[in-house]
Ligand binder design. Structure first.
Ligand code: PAF
Length: 281
């Protein structure tokens, strides 16, 4: 497994493999890898001849009062996971390599960031879209794999890929869950044992919404009311948002007639967790 820290070296490697006619897969991450990331790596291995993993805690996607400095890191552990999953190259740049002095170009989408997480994390998706664009130009993949837990991020990357004419297949992999249903996230490591139990309020309220719709409920407000009550019944929780929206445009829906996305962000203690489920009548 190659470990590459510099952009030009990564680009040369990828170009040489492209010239040989190999299909290249890419899984971008911020490290502290867990089983959810592993499922993305497994998907990448299936879909290409060569797999690159990037590990980069991207400063431009963190707000001023967010957890950039405390974001969990474990490079040794990450490299062992990468090796075990047959990763061919790990791109491990530092922030100065990615954001070179004098750099002044950012990627901004006009509409999709104005919903869900974008409302409470201004600038977050500008940082994501910018770094993913840079990584696409550095890693030059044919296919890139992203998790569906970050549903809005996935929608934004799909839109950006289309708008900027990247010749890259974007694959959304299903959310990987713990046996009790909690969506895997590097930020779960912030939770105390008690908060870890409380964090189940997200999946419980999503499952309840799916059941309501299965039993004929078509009013998004009813789903939101039930979810609010379930979350409030757990200690130390605060809802950031609960939305029933169109899975493509992310616009809220007023009546459920087809598949909808139920998406949420909930604070458990100081840890902000997100989850979502596509629900069909
Ligand atoms: O999902 C993540 O881990 C990050 O947002 C990404 C896509 C690697 C960009 O920094």
């Amino acid at each position: 497994m190659e470990i590459i820290k510099h952009i030009d070296e990564m680009q040369k490697r990828q170009e040489a493999l492209r010239l040989k006619g190999l299909r290249l897969a890419f899984v971008p991450t911020m490290g502290f890898l867990h089983k959810g990331h592993e499922s993305l790596l497994i998907e990448g291995k299936k879909r290409a001849d060569d797999l690159t993993l990037s590990i980069f805690v991207n400063p431009t996607q963190f707000g001023q009062n967010e957890d950039l400095s405390t974001y969990p890191r474990n490079i040794e552990g990450d490299l062992a996971i990468a090796e075990r999953n047959g990763v061919d190259a790990v791109f491990l740049p530092d922030a100065k390599e990615i954001y070179r002095e004098g750099s002044q170009t950012f990627v901004n989408l006009d509409i999709l960031p104005n919903y869900l997480c974008g409302l409470s994390r201004p600038g977050h998706f500008r940082g994501v879209a910018t770094v993913v664009t840079k990584l696409f130009n550095i890693v030059k993949p044919h296919v890139a794999i992203f998790g569906s837990k970050d549903f809005q991020q996935l929608a934004i990357i799909r839109q950006m890929t289309k708008d900027l004419n990247f010749d890259i297949e974007i694959v959304g992999a299903p959310t990987f869950r713990e046996p009790d249903g909690l969506a895997m996230s590097s930020r779960n490591s912030y939770l105390t044992a008690e908060q870890r139990q409380t964090a189940l309020c997200l999946i419980k309220s999503l499952q309840n919404a799916a059941d309501l719709v299965k039993n004929g409920e078509t009013d998004p407000e009813t789903l939101i009311r039930h979810a609010t009550a379930i979350i409030a019944s757990f200690p130390d929780t605060a809802v950031d948002y609960l939305t029933v929206c169109d899975p493509v445009t992310l616009e809220t829906v007023s009546h459920i007639t087809g598949p909808v996305l139920f998406a949420m962000a909930v604070k458990v203690g100081v840890t902000r967790l997100i989850d979502n489920m596509t629900i069909e009548p």
